[in-house]
Design a binder for this molecule. Structure first.
Ligand SMILES: [Zn+2]
Length: 482
């Protein structure tokens, strides 16, 4: 059997857009004639890719848990198509389903604190298991943002591999070499690499083909499915065996960013499948046959969408800046939310002390109540985590506070260059909702004061947004200066 492989990975994701007070997505005029972007992108991409021959049966992919939740609620046919695609691939002889998990709400994990990092990975894995009926073997990192602490968390939770951009490899060492050497172009095609972690454990890392992935995402390769197939086969047939050529892009390339991109992909997959010299595979299936033959050292604090590391999400670089835009708000927004997270954590611990045996363990497990809202799940949860003084209402209000305190770090908030854009507004709404559900308390005024002090000149804009976006009649904490 030939040891030449092609793996196409799609990262399917849209930022959560539910209004946190209503649980519904507000009308988004820019998506017209659709009601909102989720509906539009579902029709352009997620649904057509589920039509036979299902993309989800033939590629490696991850779907953001918050998007899967929306699909499950609004387009159960598409949700089912995605899950069935994974199951069909797993059912073939020696097959492995193509689905991998994603950290829960697309937080930049190297910028998160240790507790949030762990909850994001646990919630992402639990969400995956609930939907796909098996534990995840791989996990996609939001924006492929990585550091050793994040990889350590993945390994702790039993995740075997993740996928990174080639520039995130710093040094490599092959089995026949004693010395480390700088990672070079072409290292990605050697298959899986092993990253040894500070704890002594290790995790497998795949690096996608940078040129091919760029061609798919940005250079119009999807205009021609035959050409896409030719590029994949040529790349896989070069060099020595075993060889793995993998492409990783946003899944929305296939139908949303590029009209009919899903048809070009289907055509390319057909061609690759027909070629006896090349095998179409998934990362998990490849890893079964080919454990890492080389070691790698990652570039700490790096990502696929910021050449400067993870600066895009703190304001230390100008990635995403266009004429007339600004990035000076990114750092104050992050600092303000970091401060709010810490203040809410203190409140959670203090209130949780008498209500929960171990508040943070309860938070990690709370995902099961979100996945299955039935009363008996809540009763089980309370029996496992509550104390004799717990009332369901106060326990779940506290946990909702923590859910919003994580949602407010959804990375999209920092991605663009408009401080008043839909994405920063969304993280602010989550911040406000987190404080609303934690029901006041004497420290609330000082929490808001600190938040506004950190925001500086942005404070009045953001206070106004919060008070505007909260639906009329909804009780909540006022953010306007007294
Ligand atoms: Zn950057």
């Amino acid at each position: 059997m030939t040891e030449r492989y092609v793996c196409v990975h799609g990262h399917f994701y849209q930022p959560p857009r539910e209004n946190p007070w209503t649980g519904l997505v507000d009308e988004e005029a820019s998506a017209a004639p659709w009601h909102d972007w989720n509906e539009r992108i579902t029709d352009e991409c997620y649904a057509p890719n589920a039509a036979p021959p299902s993309t989800y049966e033939r590629i490696s992919f991850d779907v953001g848990p918050t998007l899967m939740e929306w699909l499950g609620r609004h387009r159960p046919d598409v949700h089912r198509g995605i899950v069935d695609g994974d199951a069909a691939a797993a059912g073939r002889s020696g097959g492995r389903g193509g689905a991998i998990a994603q950290a829960y709400n697309h937080m930049i994990l190297p910028l998160a604190n240790e507790r949030d990092r762990r909850s994001q990975v646990r919630w992402g894995a639990a969400d995956f298991e609930h939907r796909f009926g098996r534990r995840p073997e791989g996990m996609w990192l939001p924006e492929t943002a990585v550091d050793l602490a994040t990889l350590e968390t993945l390994a702790d939770e039993g995740i075997r591999f993740t996928v990174l951009a080639p520039r995130q490899a710093d040094q490599v060492r092959f089995a026949d070499a004693d010395a480390w050497s700088p990672a070079e172009d072409g290292m990605a095609q050697a298959g899986a690499y092993r990253q040894v972690l500070p704890s002594g454990r290790d995790i497998a890392l795949f690096f996608y083909d940078g040129d091919l992935s760029r061609a798919v995402a940005f250079d119009g390769l999807l205009h021609d499915g035959d050409e896409y197939a030719r590029r994949l086969r040529t790349a896989a047939e070069a060099g020595s065996e075993p060889r793995l050529v993998s492409v990783a892009t946003d899944g929305e390339s296939y139908g949303h960013h590029h009209a009919h991109g899903e048809m070009a992909l289907a055509r390319a997959l057909d061609e690759v499948d027909r070629d006896p010299a090349v095998n179409l595979t998934t990362f998990a299936a490849y890893l079964d046959r080919h454990p890492p033959r080389a070691d790698v050292r990652i570039l700490e604090d790096s990502s696929w969408s910021c050449a400067h590391g993870v600066s895009r999400w703190t304001g230390a670089c100008e990635c995403g800046l266009r004429d007339g835009g600004s990035v000076s708000w990114r750092q104050p927004l992050r600092d303000a939310l970091d401060g709010l997270r810490d203040a809410l954590a203190l409140r959670f611990e203090q209130a949780g002390e008498s209500l929960l045996r171990d508040p943070w363990a309860a938070r990690d497990d709370y995902i099961r109540c979100l996945l299955d809202p039935s009363p008996n799940v809540r009763e089980d949860f309370l029996a496992a985590h509550g104390t004799s003084r717990s009332s369901g209402e106060s326990v779940f209000a506290l946990l909702e506070q923590q859910r919003y305190a994580m949602l407010m770090f959804t990375s999209c908030g920092w991605f663009f260059d408009d401080p008043d854009g839909l994405e920063p507004r969304q993280v602010l709404r989550y911040a406000a909702r987190a404080l609303d559900v934690s029901r006041g308390g004497p420290a609330t005024a000082s929490i808001i004061h600190d938040f506004q002090l950190t925001l500086g000149p942005l404070a009045s804009l953001y206070s106004r947004i919060i008070d505007e976006d909260r639906p009329p009649g909804e009780a909540g904490v006022s953010w306007q200066a007294p």
